[in-house]
Design a protein around this ligand. Structure first.
Ligand SMILES: CC(C)(COP(=O)(O)OP(=O)(O)OC[C@H]1O[C@@H](n2cnc3c(N)ncnc32)[C@H](O)[C@@H]1OP(=O)(O)O)[C@@H](O)C(=O)NCCC(=O)NCCS
Length: 140
């Protein structure tokens, strides 16, 4: 079941999936307290998480207001490839219905593209993580 959560709800899956082997603090992002968080939970166990954090548009603004960055999209390895990432992303796009941007790992561009995201340049390197491309999404 997908529900809105707090930054505390998302940190452990983020840490496991996106910052393995690094200190837990690296999974706490600047702006988390002002962000919006979603979790996919079954029987009290958080299986997938994603967040949207207010952050300036990195290039040309898509709206006159400040940007919104999708961050920390992470599905636990045991349930990966079973549609949970898709459900989470669709829920976020539906709930916010506002333009979003993200820095997408090069090996997941195809995932975001399935849900209407477009590559906006790159690649660029994120130290200790790898190559990324900037992507954006606007409501249809
Ligand atoms: C990327 C991730 C969030 C996708 O979530 P998931 O639950 O595994 O994906 P889903 O099962 O919902 O897949 C939905 C669709 O996207 C496709 N897809 C999934 N991962 C993909 C990828 N890396 N590249 C291209 N397509 C992908 C699936 O084949 C599926 O397509 P279908 O509907 O035609 O069957 C998840 O695999 C993950 O957490 N990966 C590791 C962390 C990561 O890279 N996060 C993103 C950081 S930018």
């Amino acid at each position: 079941m997908i529900r809105r959560g707090s930054s505390a709800d998302v940190v452990d899956v983020r840490w496991e999936v996106l910052r393995p082997g690094r200190p837990r603090e690296t999974a706490i992002f600047p702006g988390d307290d002002a962000g919006f968080h979603w979790v996919d939970e079954e029987a009290g166990q958080v299986l997938a998480v994603a967040s949207v954090i207010p952050a300036p548009w990195p290039a040309e603004p898509l709206t006159p207001t400040s940007g919104l960055q999708l961050r920390g999209m992470a599905v636990s390895p045991a349930v990966r490839g079973t549609g949970r990432g898709a459900m989470l992303l669709v829920a976020i796009q539906r709930d916010l219905a506002a333009p979003l941007w993200c820095n997408a790992r090069a090996d997941v561009l195809g995932f975001y593209a399935r849900f209407g995201w477009r590559v906006r340049g790159g690649p660029f390197d994120v130290p200790a993580v790898g190559p990324h491309h900037r992507m954006t999404w606007s409501p249809p």
